[in-house]
Design a protein around this ligand. Structure first.
Ligand SMILES: C=Cc1c2[nH]c(c1C)Cc1[nH]c(c(CCC(=O)O)c1C)Cc1[nH]c(c(C)c1CCC(=O)O)Cc1[nH]c(c(C)c1C=C)C2
Length: 609
């Protein structure tokens, strides 16, 4: 409550009035919209967003029936961990996301607490190698990114900035950013690469930002949208003429820039949550976390809890063929066995393109049409061009715990690395042993010791693997494979990964165990124009489905697991509050940015007019 009051106090008078006007108009729409209209909700998609949406629905609206429709035989989507037997024990191979970030993710914290997973959570402290040691491969060796911390050796930082081709020449663009020309008013969006080249330099875009885009989106820095991916940077340039000028201004006021709707969401979370202070303290002191049996533990526990609820049905192997609204405004679904199902509301968490395909106009239902070439055939044409990158995830376990001389989360390979150094078209390598806990040989004994006095060992008591060793993941493909119709086989993927590791890390022994998986179309790409397309989709959803069909998930408001859990929370709450589509943040009338105190509790921030 204190944090909420401080956030509200930090708003300008006119912003506070605007917030009160919004609350009044929300109250008015609530009077028109009764939650008794929400009787039974279909959730399309059984990945993390779908399951978390169902969880929040039964929490918020306990009398409502929820049916989850999943096209494949298993639930969980991209979150999948596999425990594999190896000599002397077992190790966990992740096939998709593997860690979660605690920063700014109260809704995920609440979910973990609700599911009773706190004691199975492995936290990596902010001073662990996983947090401090980040490497980029450039041009033919690993470079540790200088991260200033209280124990930093500044002489070493200066030396690496001067001697490393990756970092040399980095300082002048940052020093002069404040003096570069501001964008023209007509520019509505541009690529991350183009923005960074304009404000800093092309080398920073190609060498550093492209590596970062590989690690998050497996995407192309020259296609991803600055406005969607780094909205604060875009806003700072727009407001203050330069990012540095804006940051300086915020720093001098001890504030940060956030979207008004995030302030409201935060206030909502704080109001409705009952977070355990110990869990909050663990969140504050860690950089990433995962679970003892891998990230799938979140899915397994969610599914178990949902299955125990008599109001929830999970239908796997059920591929919906079409969606429409019937004469009574109910959502009508065409099921695979030619029968129909009716629901008062539906929340779609499947891919934007699949949804656009399902929401076809009646005239186009009997004839097979290609929606990407005929926008008129769907009610949701703005979603039809969305696409995602495909990656191959090659997980490897070696029984030697001292196989590599590096400790850290792993390394990323930027777009600028020449083909001869990356003929495998790899995006990066993750050192999974860095965040997954330390297996004990005998109870209480830890295997690893920190590489230097700068770092702490990971939590010794919890560990994913039951035997010591080195676990690595090589990620191949991403945007390099855009337009491919053929991908490497499992055997080829293994060969590509091991040849890369031999060249980059001098690993010359075969892995003790491995797992190769192709994740087709797994990371949605927020390319230039994403926010404009989403704004149009918001209008299309409102017009065609009048609040009965809403969307959530990685295709819209953030690709991370935390983003999906947050979207699930807000779409479920929105159903209770009568909001319309799940894409409200793209609405033309969405509130602007506001400045709030840095920690939500510091002194009041006064904004310059
Ligand atoms: C399967 C490959 C994936 C790559 N990116 C993602 C996946 C699933 C999605 C993703 N990765 C990160 C984020 C940011 C926010 C978050 O939820 O943590 C997202 C949406 C960051 C990240 N990337 C890697 C790690 C270990 C992390 C988390 C921890 C951290 O930042 O410290 C590694 C990594 N992911 C990919 C590659 C190529 C890669 C290489 C080292 C692609």
């Amino acid at each position: 409550m204190l944090a909420q009051r401080c956030v509200l106090q930090s708003l300008r008078v006119d912003q506070r009035h605007q917030l009160h006007r919004n609350i009044r108009s929300l109250g008015a729409s609530l009077r028109r919209y009764s939650t008794s209209d929400v009787k039974d909700v279909a959730v399309l998609g059984g990945g993390i967003t779908g399951l978390a949406t169902a969880h929040n629905l039964v929490r918020e609206l306990p009398n409502v029936k929820v049916s989850i429709y999943e096209a494949s035989p298993r639930i969980g989507g991209w979150l999948l961990s596999k425990r594999v037997d190896v000599p002397g024990g077992s190790v966990v191979f992740e096939q998709g996301p593997r860690t979660l970030r605690p920063a700014g993710s109260l809704t995920t914290a609440q979910l973990i607490q609700d599911l009773g997973l706190v004691n199975d959570t492995i936290f990596s402290s902010k001073t662990s190698p996983a947090a401090l040691n980040r490497f980029v491969y450039y041009p033919d060796h690993l470079v540790r990114l200088p991260v200033p911390s209280k124990n930093s050796n500044f002489a070493q930082i200066i030396f690496s900035i001067l001697s490393e081709p990756l970092l040399r020449g980095l300082i002048p663009p940052f020093l002069f950013e404040g003096f570069t020309e501001t964008r023209s008013h007509d520019l509505q969006d541009e690529s991350v690469g183009s923005f960074i080249s304009r404000r800093l330099s092309k080398a920073v875009a190609n060498n550093l930002l492209s590596a970062m885009m590989h690690g998050i989106y497996a995407g192309d820095v020259w296609k991803l949208s600055i406005k969607s991916i780094f909205p604060q940077l875009w806003e700072l340039e727009g407001r203050f003429g330069s990012v540095a000028g804006g940051l300086l201004y915020l720093w001098s006021r001890d504030g940060r820039l956030v979207k008004m709707q995030d302030v409201k969401a935060m206030a909502g979370v704080l109001q409705s949550s009952s977070l355990n202070p110990e869990l909050l303290a663990s969140f504050r002191s860690s950089s990433v976390y995962t679970f003892k049996n891998g990230i799938s533990q979140l899915i397994d526990r969610l599914a178990e809890t949902l299955r125990q609820n008599p109001n929830v049905t999970i239908k796997t192997d059920t591929k919906i063929r079409a969606i429409r609204q019937d004469a009574q405004h109910q959502i009508e679904l065409d099921l695979p066995d030619q029968s129909k199902a009716y629901h008062s509301h539906m929340i779609s968490t499947i891919s934007a393109q699949s949804l656009s395909n399902l929401a076809r106009r009646p005239s186009s239902l009997d004839t097979p049409v290609n929606i990407s070439s005929n926008p008129e055939s769907t009610y949701l044409p703005s979603l039809r061009k969305a696409y995602a990158t495909t990656v191959q995830v090659v997980s490897l376990y070696y029984s030697d715990p001292n196989l590599i001389p590096y400790q850290g989360f792993g390394y990323l390979i930027p777009q600028s690395v020449p083909f001869e150094q990356n003929p495998e078209l790899a995006l990066g390598v993750i050192f999974d042993s860095s965040y997954s806990g330390t297996p004990s040989q005998t109870p209480g004994e830890t295997i690893f010791t920190p590489a230097s006095s700068q770092v702490d060992a990971p939590t010794p008591s919890l560990s994913q693997d039951t035997v010591p060793g080195t676990r690595l993941t090589v990620i191949l493909g991403g945007h390099w494979w855009d337009g491919y119709t053929y991908y490497p086989s499992e055997q080829q993927g293994l060969e590509l990964a091991t040849s890369l590791l031999q060249r980059h890390l001098d690993i010359n022994v075969p892995p003790t165990a491995y797992n190769v998986v192709l994740q087709k179309d797994c990371i949605p790409q927020y390319t230039v124009g994403h926010s404009a397309r989403m704004r149009a989709a918001h209008g299309e959803l409102k017009r065609a489905f009048k609040g009965r069909l809403r969307v959530a998930g990685s295709w819209y408001t953030g690709v991370g697991v935390n983003d999906c859990v947050r979207a699930a929370w807000s779409v479920a709450r929105g159903l209770k509050d009568g909001l319309k589509t799940g894409l409200e943040e793209f609405d033309e009338e969405a509130e602007p940015w506001v400045m709030v105190p840095k920690n939500g509790t510091s002194s009041e921030v006064k904004e310059k007019e």
